[in-house]
Design a protein around this ligand. Structure first.
Ligand SMILES: Nc1ncnc2c1ncn2[C@@H]1O[C@H](COP(=O)(O)OP(=O)(O)OP(=O)(O)O)[C@@H](O)[C@H]1O
Ligand SMILES: [Mg+2]
Length: 149
């Protein structure tokens, strides 16, 4: 996906959403990269991140939503993923105090659930920004629409 500006994927199982995240990780080349995930509760954002983390770090890591801490970090000692969940974000000031903006200028991947709460925003020029909109289509069906700025 990262080479195209828009991409659509229909997932009919949790496994396929995991696989999409994993494949996305395999294609990601440039850092820093910001991946904004949008969609309602249960849409599959955390599931996708689990797939991404397994593909990017190639080791078993427990991925949970940082609903209260706002940010989690996963690393293999060399590469690092910052996982944000901004559902409970009070305001953009909160991000200042956890040093969020600095991550966007570092060689990391930053993935944010409820990423829509961050926009509109002017991003650092070097930052690769991807957006994935998740929609629930049925009990086990989810559509993923991916954009690259
Ligand atoms: N095709 C699918 N892709 C992803 N998850 C699916 C799919 N079909 C069913 N599910 C189920 O939907 C739920 C998705 O939960 P997940 O935690 O990933 O959502 P979320 O978008 O992160 O929600 P939240 O906003 O609460 O963080 C899981 O229980 C998963 O098993
Ligand atoms: Mg989640």
């Amino acid at each position: 996906m990262p080479d195209s500006t828009r991409d659509f994927f229909l997932s009919d199982s949790e496994t396929k959403t995991l696989a999409h995240g994993k494949e996305f990780a395999g294609q990601l080349k440039k850092l820093p990269a910001l991946i904004l995930l949008n969609g309602v509760v249960g849409a599959g954002k955390t599931t996708w991140i689990k797939g991404f983390v397994s593909g990017y770090l190639k080791k078993k890591i427990v991925v949970t939503s940082p609903s209260y801490s706002l940010l989690n970090s996963y690393t293999d000692g060399k590469k690092e993923i910052i996982h944000g969940d901004f559902y409970r974000l009070q305001g953009l000031d909160d991000l200042e105090s956890i040093g969020f903006w600095d991550f966007l200028n570092s060689k990391r991947v930053i993935i944010v659930e409820w990423g829509n709460l961050l926009t509109p925003q002017s991003w650092p020029a070097d930052l690769q920004v991807y957006t994935i909109n998740f929609e629930i289509k049925g009990e086990t069906s989810r559509s993923l629409t991916c954009f690259f700025r």
